[in-house]
Design a protein around this ligand. Structure first.
Ligand SMILES: *[C@@H]1O[C@H](CO)[C@@H](O)[C@H](O)[C@H]1NC(C)=O
Ligand SMILES: *[C@@H]1O[C@H](CO)[C@@H](O)[C@H](O)[C@H]1NC(C)=O
Ligand SMILES: *[C@@H]1O[C@H](CO)[C@@H](O)[C@H](O)[C@H]1NC(C)=O
Length: 178
């Protein structure tokens, strides 16, 4: 009983942390993401063609954030959804092949990126970025990073009525854990 309820509490804690950490700090400025983290922007392995969309789904993007593509002998294109689906690189909305491309996510909604190098998009070098609208989060389009989950959750509880109940669960779990 004790162990299963603490498992639930830890799960709630993790959930509240994820919900709150990116949307709570009005003073935080725009965040720059490194596309693919250390891997940068390059063709993924054959058994991992979803690599870039998995990377994107692990992050929360807000309007005003930027994404940096680092690559060699390759390129970045922003395209429309139809062109993304077909890996059609004939008429990109935006093209860069400088090796170091910074793109501002200047609106909410979806952005579609593909490599312009022959065959690369077909082999998984493409990515959809979904940028949250200000209505999607309790803190509007502001966000930031926190090193303390407890602080983030406490702020979440204070700032967002929808998270108060969750926050109380988390505080209970903290009480029982320590
Ligand atoms: C792809 O294959 C490599 C080498 O066999 C392996 O280490 C890696 O875990 C695999 N990745 C995925 C996503 O299956
Ligand atoms: C690629 O996209 C362009 C316009 O964006 C279109 O004119 C062309 O027909 C498309 N090619 C294919 C093969 O779908
Ligand atoms: C975002 O930036 C692009 C490229 O600079 C521009 O064409 C577009 O109008 C901008 N959108 C908004 C909503 O500012």
């Amino acid at each position: 009983m004790a162990s299963s309820s603490s498992t639930v509490h830890v799960t709630l804690f993790a959930l509240a942390f994820l919900l709150s950490v990116h949307n709570l700090f009005p003073l935080a400025s725009a965040f720059e993401f490194q596309v693919g983290d250390l891997k940068g922007w390059s063709m993924p392995p054959k058994n991992d063609t979803g690599f870039y969309n998995e990377w994107a789904s692990r992050n929360r993007f807000c309007p005003g954030d930027t994404i940096r593509f680092s690559y060699r002998k390759d390129s970045v294109m922003e395209v429309r959804e139809e062109e993304y689906k077909k890996c059609n690189a004939t008429q990109p909305l935006y093209f860069s092949n400088t090796g170091n491309t910074l793109i501002e996510l200047n609106r909410s909604g979806s952005f579609y990126f593909i490599s312009g190098s022959s065959g690369h998009c077909q082999r998984g070098q493409r990515m959809i970025i979904v940028v949250l609208s200000p209505e999607d989060g309790p803190g509007g389009d502001t966000h930031g990073k926190s090193t303390s989950g407890a602080v983030a959750v406490a702020v979440a509880a204070a700032a967002a009525p929808a998270l108060v109940l969750l926050g109380q669960f988390v505080m209970m779990s903290l009480d029982s854990m320590f």
